[in-house]
Design a protein around this ligand. Sequence first.
Ligand code: RP5
Length: 162
Amino acid sequence: MKKVGILMGSDSDLPVVQKGTAILKELEVPFEVHVYSAHRTPEQARKFCSEARENGFGVLICAAGMAAHLAGAAAAVSTLPVIGIPCKGPVLDGMDALLSTVQMPSGVPVATVGIGNGANAALLAAEILAVSDEALAARLQVKRDMDAAKVLEKDAGIAAKL
Ligand code: RP5
């Protein structure tokens, strides 16, 4: 199976990334994680992303905060699908990163999830890989069904709380 490459601009982004790595482990999707910044270590970030396809990756996830250009920089040097996770910063509560990540000019797309939503980034990455992997698609469906069952359980218990 193709791997998911996960980059974060700083190790301070790790809590967001961990929400996703837990799901990838659950779904048995192989991944590799690096702290590579688009502005602090641009050469390493560029090398990893530009060589990702030949190194067995099928999708990239980039988590970054503030003037978040990591996902855009990754997408600039790879035609793999790139998923951006805007992370909360100390001043604008993640709105800065959200706009920086989602507002890519036409031609170089970044699929952006909600602020801090590492879980959705991982699920979307798995769904992309599952297009050509029936076994992974089945594991995704099982997870969906389990999540739905939890909601129905809450529905059954809600009257007792009122
Ligand atoms: C971004 O700046 C990182 O992705 C991080 O979200 C933010 C702050 O970085 P640190 O100052 O915590 O290293 O590059």
